[in-house]
Design a protein around this ligand. Structure first.
Ligand SMILES: [Zn+2]
Length: 274
């Protein structure tokens, strides 16, 4: 079985009114322009069938407008019902919106499997943000993973890259050691600090996804990440439609059967409680 641990879909209401939503939501404005690939649940399923992907995690981006967050969360939940078992919905939230806790509880009652992808910049001030703290507490109580975008401190810039670098992600985990986190894009490189025994210990509840890998890293990162962290903590993800599924899959060709069965199947099943 192959599970794609991170994809993004949008309702046509949003994709056909890009300019309207760019004005409404700051993060949306940063991530989307007329050249951005946008797809619906039906397009995603067609692509999954083409490349023998059995299940995909579907997520938003941590919107800044509560109305947009709600619209897209409802859409993701409906899409997962339509393609029962094939699409795994996450709940996207603005960590500064007073509506977010209620939205999260609603999404949990409707069967979401995690929170994310959140675009935050972690710092000590966030420890005084009670909305953020409560989101993490609710996640913990409900055994839901929190998926957070990781930013490489070096290398090329891209829309939405942000500055949520490995040091910030590490501090977040230190302050919330019991939460289960999934850091996208290999945690912006955090995965490699697991060569340090004390760091590995702190990051015991952290998983890493490989979303957008061909844009960011050489394909050898898969085996290097497994060696640095663990065969049990790396998830295969595409970030589709940002990047072609076939290209992402082909970068894993060199892995052995055991490595593939972990990144494609065992690890997302354990990270997302599937
Ligand atoms: Zn991301």
């Amino acid at each position: 079985m192959i599970i794609d641990s991170l994809t993004h879909i949008l309702p046509t209401e949003v994709s056909s009114n890009l300019e309207k939503y760019k004005k409404i939501d700051l993060l949306f404005n940063e991530l989307f322009d007329e050249n951005t690939n946008v797809i619906t649940e039906d397009d995603l399923i067609i692509n999954m069938k083409k490349y023998n992907i059995n299940k995909s995690v579907i997520a938003g981006f941590g919107w800044k407008d509560p109305g947009l967050a709600q619209l897209i969360n409802d859409y993701l939940i409906e899409a997962s019902k339509k393609y029962q078992g094939s699409l795994i919905p996450l709940c996207s939230l603005d960590i500064n919106s007073k509506f977010s806790e209620e939205e999260l509880l609603k999404c949990i009652s409707k069967g979401i499997k995690g929170i994310g992808e959140l675009h935050i910049e972690y710092n000590s001030l966030l420890e005084k943000n009670f909305i953020f703290k409560n989101i993490l507490n609710i996640a913990l109580e409900n055994n839901l993973p929190v998926l957070i975008h990781g930013s490489e401190p070096l290398g090329h810039r891209y829309n939405g890259k942000g500055t949520n670098d490995p040091k910030k992600l590490y501090e977040l985990v230190q302050n919330h050691p019991d939460n289960k986190f999934i850091f996208s894009h290999f945690g912006g490189g955090l995965v490699f600090y697991e060569h340090m025994p004390e760091v590995k210990k702190v990051l015991k509840n952290v998983f890493y996804d490989s979303s957008a890998q061909p844009f960011l890293y050489h394909k050898n990162i898969y085996r290097n990440a497994i060696n640095s962290s663990s065969i049990n903590k790396i998830l295969f993800a595409t970030d589709f439609p940002l990047i072609d599924m076939k290209r992402c899959l082909s970068e894993t060709d060199y892995l052995n059967i055991e490595e593939k069965s972990h990144i494609f199947s065992h690890n997302p099943i354990s990270a997302y409680n599937l």
